[in-house]
Design a protein around this ligand. Sequence first.
Ligand code: SF4
Length: 70
Amino acid sequence: MPVPDPGHARSREHLVGELPSPLRPPGGCPFHPRCPEVMDICHREFPPAFKTGESRLAHCWLHAPTRQDR
Ligand code: SF4
């Protein structure tokens, strides 16, 4: 989110790892090669949409209602 203050300093999070090939995306969640929160299930299954708020959805296993760090 932009901050309308040119003097505002903010830290940036640098992702590690290689970008996956768009021609051969990885199985499971396409972010799993670079995600710091990756779990076993992220390698195997694409996350469905989980409701995270009144009108918000997230395709991320972190928001699974019965998450067990599979
Ligand atoms: S499902 Fe969520 S936790 Fe898993 S790799 Fe993707 S973004 Fe990360």
